[in-house]
Each structure stands twice: as structure tokens, then as C-alpha cells.
Design a protein around this ligand. Sequence first.
Ligand SMILES: CNc1ncnc2c1ncn2[C@@H]1O[C@H](COP(=O)(O)OP(=O)(O)OP(=O)(O)O)[C@@H](O)[C@H]1O
Length: 163
Amino acid sequence: MLETTLCFPLRDSDSNVGRDVLLIEKRRGLGEGWYNGPGGKCEPGETPPECAIRETREEVGLEVTALEKAGELTFLLDGDTHSVCHVFRTRSFTGEPTASDEAHPEWIAIEDVPYDRMWDDDHLWLPGVLEGRTVVGEFRFEGGEPLDEAEFVAHDLEWDVSV
Ligand SMILES: CNc1ncnc2c1ncn2[C@@H]1O[C@H](COP(=O)(O)OP(=O)(O)OP(=O)(O)O)[C@@H](O)[C@H]1O
């Protein structure tokens, strides 16, 4: 079973009472060219929080000091589980976002998140996650590998459950 993570750093916005989220424009690998949170595959023996912290350090150079679990998403491809993604939020980090080979980071106001340039499922669960809710979801894709060329066909979501 492939386990992956996504991490969404949040900060109060400079200009108004709103909030910003740090997204990356992914430069290579699964979802290349799309926006997402920093994240990736768990390494053998690594827990999801450890993975989220490592991926955020490697991709954007932020040192995350505390995480809040926000969701667990199961992605199915042609009826089989492709991956389970552990979703985190954080307001606790040090450093400034820096671009890497893999990711171009950008602080974006949460009302301006570019859902039209993200995975097709993201608009269903990310707004609630950015508001502080928890979610468990299942998302069905069809059409064979790779997942980012398959078609998103169905989903099931549960909100405000323990994750
Ligand atoms: C299907 N709908 C989806 N919606 C939102 N996010 C999705 C996703 N499917 C995968 N993701 C995330 O995309 C990241 C890259 O995936 P990942 O397998 O790690 O690819 P990548 O080639 O970058 O590998 P490494 O960074 O080397 O681990 C990883 O955080 C993973 O959770």
C-alpha cells in the first residue's frame, strides 16, 4: 500500500483579516504542472507526520515544528487502492519558502486557491481542510496508470470525524 502525505502551511495574511496557504506548483513527478501542498511518499519505517515534515523541508525549505491531522484520503484506480494520503495543516514552522527542483512555492489567499489548476478532487475537500475541518474521503479514478491521466469518476466524503 502506497502511503503519501500532503502538508498545508497556513499564516495570517499581510494585507487583510484573511489567511494564506502555502501551495507548490509541482515541477516533476505525479501531478506535474499542478498546484498542491508539499508532500510525497512515505519512506519505509517513516510515519506520516515524519514524512510530511521531511517533504516540506525538501520541497520548500520550511522546518515544520507541529502538525495537525486534517484528513485521510483514499485514491482508487480501476477499483484497487492506489494510495492513501494523510493530510496535515500547520501554523508552526520556521524559515522562508524557497523553490526547489521539485516545487515552486507560493503563498496564496485561501479564497484565491486555483482549484482549476489542481487535482480534480481537491475542490471537494481542500476548502473544508483550510477552514479547520477534518475529512475522510474516498475518490475513484478510472482509465489506468498514471493516476494523473485517469478520469475522476466518483467520491464519498465524511466530515468532522476523527482522523
Ligand atoms: C488523486 N488525487 C490527488 N489529489 C491530491 N493530491 C494527490 C492526489 N494524488 C496524489 N496526490 C499527492 O501528490 C503528491 C505527489 O505524489 P507522489 O506519489 O509522492 O509523487 P512524486 O513523484 O512527487 O514522488 P516523491 O515526491 O518522490 O515521493 C503526494 O503528496 C500525493 O499525496
